[in-house]
Design a protein around this ligand. Structure first.
Ligand code: ATP
Length: 244
């Protein structure tokens, strides 16, 4: 299977002297959906920003083999003065696609995330979950081979969050992008991913790598199965084991 992202011995020290990451080894293959969990401040966002090229590593090698990459932030980061559909269309606009083509692509992505009928609404008229759907639609328009997610569901209420998880793994299956997903929620990581990586406290490095065996699509009820709970327990123990 081809790789979309490789990190070898990656370290990051900020100008302030903060050592955020040290010796990070990571491979995301195509077909992988990899989640990263770790204590607050361990360097998860830094890891993602390095993968996106938004920061430079101090040491080590980062190879992005994916031809296209998308980034979903914790906040939906929508333009308030543009309608929901026109926010999604922005990507095509920036790439200089002809109007008809960018509108069609935006509409497809928009429909895919279940927003049909809300094209003309402005971001402030949408719920938190819907705003995040717009943000995800905007990332899918680029047809990414590698999709980076920085805790996109962290600010949502629990019910919306569970729904968005089910939606995202449906999209992952449908669009077959590789995913690197940061989260604080162990059940969310296990439910979405085929691999869950556990990071140590700062300076962050990867201390455990769990395979998640269930095929996609996964039913929401999977979360209540004893095998699921056993796996979330094992991830939790690895996380706590590193932080007595
Ligand atoms: N631009 C920066 N300059 C200096 N220090 C930074 C910078 N960005 C992050 N840091 C520091 O690096 C460490 C890792 O930050 P990062 O945001 O990657 O952690 P995180 O695991 O994503 O945290 P959280 O789970 O709380 O979101 C923190 O101590 C943070 O203060």
């Amino acid at each position: 299977m081809s790789k979309t992202l490789v990190m070898e011995g990656v370290s990051k020290t900020f100008a302030t002297g903060t050592v955020a990451l040290t010796g990070v080894e990571l491979v995301v293959a195509s077909g992988d959906f990899v989640s990263v969990v770790g204590p607050s401040g361990c360097g998860k966002s830094t890891l993602l920003r390095l993968a996106a090229g938004l920061e430079r590593a101090t040491d080590g090698r980062i190879e992005v083999e994916a031809e296209s990459t998308s980034y979903v932030f914790q906040e939906p980061t929508l333009l308030e003065w543009r309608s929901a559909l026109s926010n999604v269309e922005l990507v095509g606009e920036l790439r200089g696609l002809p109007k008809a083509e960018r509108r069609q692509r935006a509409r497809e992505a928009f429909d895919l995330v279940g927003l049909t009928g809300f094209e003309k609404q402005f971001p402030r008229q949408l719920s938190g979950g819907m705003r995040m759907r717009v943000s995800i639609a905007r990332s899918l328009v680029a047809e990414p081979q590698l999709a980076l997610f920085d805790e996109p569901f962290g600010a949502l209420d629990e019910i919306t969050r569970l729904r968005m998880q089910t939606e995202l793994q449906r999209l992952f299956q449908l669009k077959s992008f590789a995913g690197l997903f940061i989260t604080h929620s162990i059940p969310e990581a296990v439910y979405l991913s085929n691999r869950v990586l556990v990071m140590s406290g700062r300076p962050g490095r990867i201390v455990a790598d769990f395979n998640v065996p269930w095929a996609y699509p996964r039913s929401p009820e999977l979360r209540y199965e004893p095998e699921f709970t056993a796996l979330t327990g094992a991830v939790s123990a690895a996380l706590e084991g590193d932080h007595p």
